[in-house]
Design a binder for this molecule. Structure first.
Ligand code: IMP
Ligand code: MG
Length: 433
């Protein structure tokens, strides 16, 4: 059985949650490789909605193993709440949820620092989720971070946290002042967290390597999306990790030769939460309309998402960056009532026609999309279970996007539930679909 990485092809919220939930039926293990509680997957199961932030979507399948890899930054209080909420819904995670001993930990001061910066630099703010993700990855890269394994040792933890506060950056004292942070209390709390989490904590890379040797099927779940990637996204308007497929290797402790295929997930249009360039953004009624139809409000922060037409320049870039083998197109039904659907095929910038995604945010801010207009289908498509049952215009739309992305479409999602899914014939991912 091959293993598969599922990545977002846009700015996150492409519907990866539904895809992972669907594909998890064929997996033995589902593993998250980066990000933290900034991620929000909404999954609808038997008319019940589940919002997951750290835990992979595979958890909703009773027997699947779920792994939170070393590349994830974990907020222990928030993770424990997630575990509790699942338990309340009758979903038990004990014995099938594993947390990497090497994952870095988010502290209250990371959250506060994130919030303070966003408030202070109103003009150039990034629109982060204010959950401390960036500051926690900074601590990690700055070699001041605390890893899950260190929560077990009170003396070590105290030493590290105090060192952190004494750190040269001078940012900590105002943070402490503002939230009146009692370091001792924080340490007590985190030692307690460490104690509870110890029954989930293992060397997940070693565990996964063993599982792969036994022929287990591994599904790697990315959070956010390629255009929010720290290296390849619209920097600095990015998240502080690598959602692109390569992140699955570093974030789980796998080698590149152990990844067999990459499935990219794209919305049939685009959305973005937070600041940063968004060439095809719709600011008028059409945007409002798509936002309502697509229920485009953040799972984690509740913020209304910015929405726009499908951007094929960005999508082709994302497909290449990730080495996508196949594409899943989601939320196609949101476009049901559009008479015409523009798709961005190039950018115009100072008289030039750009077909490659530019690196500079200021260029991206100023490009004008060149649109190709496709015909809408103007009927509900949620009932379709194969491509043949889609209206011809919807089929044409899917085919055209696939041509533009330069990657075959393997799945089309026409609604939130597991059933509202079209698996394309001649599947490119035979083990999975
Ligand atoms: P951070 O990840 O909280 O630092 O936020 C950085 C940027 O990534 C902001 O624009 C956020 O809105 C965006 N972001 C972070 N997580 C997600 C997600 O799961 N979906 C969509 N956008 C996200
Ligand atoms: Mg989301």
């Amino acid at each position: 059985m091959a293993n598969l990485v599922v990545v977002g092809g846009q700015w996150g919220d492409e519907g990866k949650g539904k895809l992972v939930d669907l594909l998890a039926a064929r997996a033995d293990i589902v593993a998250r490789y980066q990000g933290g509680p900034n991620a929000g997957h909404t999954i609808t199961l038997d008319d019940k909605k589940y919002a997951l932030h750290h835990i992979p979507c595979g958890i909703l399948h009773p027997k699947k193993i779920c792994v939170i890899g070393n590349g994830v930054v974990v907020d222990p209080g928030s993770l424990l709440r997630e575990i509790r909420d699942l338990a309340t819904a009758g979903i038990e995670v004990a014995g099938r949820l594993f947390l990497s001993d090497r994952a870095h930990v988010i502290f209250p001061y990371h959250r506060e620092l994130d919030r303070m910066r966003e408030e202070r630099i109103r003009k150039n703010r990034l629109g982060t989720t204010c959950l401390g993700i960036g500051p926690a990855y900074e601590s990690k890269a700055g070699r001041k971070g605390v890893r899950v394994v260190e929560l077990r040792d009170r003396a070590l933890l105290q030493n590290k946290v105090e060192q952190h506060f004494r750190a040269e950056d001078g940012q900590m004292p105002p943070v402490i002042e503002r939230i009146g942070l009692d370091i001792r209390r924080v340490i007590d709390e985190y030692v307690r967290f460490g104690d509870i989490l110890s029954k989930f904590t293992i060397d997940t890379s070693a565990y996964l390597q063993r599982a792969l040797r036994e022929g287990k099927a591994l599904l790697c779940e990315g959070a956010q999306g390629a255009l929010l990637d720290m290296d390849h996204g619209t920097y600095p308007y990015v998240t502080s990790s690598n959602p692109t497929a390569g992140g699955a290797c570093t974030g789980l402790g796998l080698g590149p030769t152990q990844v067999d295929a990459v499935l990219g997930v794209f919305k049939a249009y685009c959305s973005r939460v937070g600041e940063g360039p968004f060439p095809t953004e719709l600011r008028e009624e059409t945007g409002e309309h798509l936002r309502e139809r697509g229920r485009e409000y953040g799972t984690t922060t509740g913020r209304p998402r910015r929405v726009g037409w499908f951007d094929a320049v960005a999508a082709r870039y994302a497909a290449r960056l990730n080495g996508m083998k196949a594409v899943a197109l989601t939320l196609l039904d949101v476009l049901d009532d559009q008479a015409e659907i523009p798709v961005c095929v190039a950018y115009r910038y100072r008289g030039a026609r750009l077909t490659e995604f530019p690196c500079e945010p200021w260029t991206l801010e100023q490009v004008t999309p060149e649109y190709e207009t496709l015909r809408g289908w103007r009927k509900p498509i949620a009932q379709a279970r194969d491509l043949a049952s889609l209206p011809a215009e919807a089929r044409d739309y899917v085919r055209r996007l696939s041509d533009l992305i330069e990657c075959p479409v393997a799945v089309v999602s026409v609604g939130a539930s597991r059933e509202e899914t079209i698996r394309c014939e001649g599947s490119i991912l035979p083990d999975w679909l």
